[in-house]
Design a binder for this molecule. Structure first.
Ligand code: SAH
Ligand code: SF4
Ligand code: F3S
Length: 463
């Protein structure tokens, strides 16, 4: 997944103009949120957004390393900029994010044109690090950091929906996953800091917030240790109640949830709080208990089903999405079929799928029972067909219903249309004008009658 940051608002206290910048973001929402904060810092320093990547004076790649393909993509982008630097020696090249953390100094050896390598825990320190670059240094910032509260205003992609980090890092040790080694230990932000950030967003017109964390239902557990004085009472359930009533915010979402920590109490709280949307992203990774054990996920497929069934019991309209990995080392055909059958059984609204990719410094990468590439390709194709079919079947329930849509933007592919999402997170397109000729505004919540169903989006008309 790649995204470039598009202009939103100008920051008022901008210093002298320093040149233009361009950020390309790879990877997950955590990286996107970090990019928005780094974009805010660059603007604060006096950089302006470039018209296009190849004209920018400063290039920042915020990278991902979750799979080998994500890593290779970054290197191909980097090669292009390294060549450009030969004719534009003042070009600054920054590599941030998870690949930067993983590779550290070796990325500088591989691409010596890079000026700054910075891990995700250093995102808020961009100004300090760039000042060192301006003093003529090639800078490597990958040491473990306590993440300080950010005082810069993030420059966000959307003017309606905002991402709010609530917990950084991950303390799990899933045997396939590189995240704990690149994002470091869990660090929860205080409920007060989170509430303040949301209040500020509400003040400038934001309507929806998504709380972010790699393992979000672990929120608060690090408060039991370290320098915080909180007791063990600070949990995601507590936080949802604590931030719920902020005026102006209409919708609250959170991701990503880990089945190991997803409690009945949390489901009860979600069902009770009206702004919490009926969409839950809870990766199951595999339908086989044997594989789950080898992945060190810490739950069984039965306990996973129990969670989903309880959500559906309290909130029957809910959409459930997940992630799954196929062709994990040693996965038998039978075990792969168990993953397919959980998708048939639980009828997911969407499943993000991937073939297992061995990652550096992870236990599973060293196991001898790796599966051949052809098996990975076949299993991925088969699961994707099933996911698409199930998603379309699930979407049929929307046909001819009225859905509450928060208007997020114009549909860039057809500007006579607007786009938004249902509370259940389904992307929905509809004409800008209602039947009586009124034009709807971005940020409005409208009722849309759903008429066309596709696997991953809906189209309808205003009431
Ligand atoms: N914290 C989340 C997942 C974060 S990574 C969780 O625990 O579920 C996002 C997704 O990438 C994972 O859910 C997993 O499906 C996929 N993934 C992670 N490592 C992978 C690997 N080595 N190969 C293939 N897919 C992987
Ligand atoms: Fe990776 Fe597991 Fe942490 Fe998710 S919970 S980020 S899969 S180690
Ligand atoms: Fe990628 Fe890092 Fe996110 S590895 S998926 S950008 S946490």
């Amino acid at each position: 997944m790649t995204a470039s940051i598009t202009p939103t608002k100008q920051n008022k206290s901008i210093r002298n103009h320093r040149g233009s910048y361009w950020i390309t973001t790879f990877g997950c929402q955590m990286n996107k949120a970090d990019s928005e904060r780094m974009s805010g810092i660059l603007q604060q320093m006096g950089y302006k957004l470039a018209d296009e990547e190849l004209k920018a004076d400063l290039i920042l790649y915020n990278t991902c390393t979750i799979r080998d393909s994500a890593e290779q993509k970054v290197y191909s982008y980097l090669g292009r900029q390294a060549r450009r630097k030969q004719s534009h020696p003042n070009l600054k090249i920054i590599i941030a994010g998870c690949l930067a953390q993983q590779e550290g100094e070796s990325i500088l050896r591989r691409v010596p044109e890079i000026d700054l390598v910075m891990g995700p825990q250093h995102a808020n320190r961009l100004e300090t690090l760039l000042n060192q670059v301006d003093n003529g240094h090639q800078v490597l910032a990958t040491d473990e950091q306590h993440i300080f509260e950010d005082i810069t205003t993030a420059r966000r992609d959307s003017t309606i929906c905002g991402w709010i980090n609530i917990i950084y890092g991950c303390n799990e040790r899933c045997t396939y996953c590189v995240v704990p080694s690149v994002r470091g230990k869990e660090q929860s932000r205080t409920p007060q800091a989170i509430k303040n950030e949301i209040k500020q967003l509400a003040k400038i017109g934001y309507k929806e917030i998504t709380l972010l964390g790699q393992n979000i239902d672990a929120y608060g557990r690090d408060f039991n240790s370290g320098e915080h004085n909180f007791s063990g009472q600070i949990t995601l359930s507590y936080l949802l109640e604590y931030i719920h009533d902020i005026e102006g915010i209409e919708r609250i979402r959170f991701a990503t949830s880990h089945p190991r920590y997803f409690t009945k109490e949390l489901i009860d709280v979600c069902a009770k709080l009206p702004k919490v949307c009926e969409h839950f992203h809870i990766p199951f990774q595999s339908g086989s208990n044997n594989i789950l054990k080898k992945m060190a996920r810490g739950y069984t497929i039965e306990s996973y089903k129990e969670i989903i069934n309880y959500i559906k019991k309290l909130m029957p309209e809910s959409s459930i999405t997940a992630d799954a990995i196929v062709a994990f080392p040693g996965e038998t055909l039978n075990q792969f079929e168990e993953t397919l059958s959980i998708i048939e059984d639980l009828k997911f609204d969407l499943v993000n799928t991937a073939a297992y990719s061995p990652r550096p410094n992870t236990p599973a990468a060293k196991w001898p029972n790796q599966l051949p590439e052809e098996v990975k390709i076949d299993r991925l194709r088969e699961i994707n067909n099933l996911v698409e079919k199930t998603a379309k079947e699930r979407n049929l329930r929307y046909k001819n219903t009225y859905q509450e849509i928060l208007i997020e933007n114009v549909n860039i592919k057809n500007t006579s249309q607007l786009m938004g999402r249902t509370r259940t997170n389904r992307l929905t397109f509809f004409p800008r004008l209602s039947k009586d000729g009124r034009s709807q505004q971005i940020g409005d919540i409208v009722k849309v009658k759903i008429e066309d169903i596709r696997p991953f989006s809906l189209t309808g008309n205003l009431e």
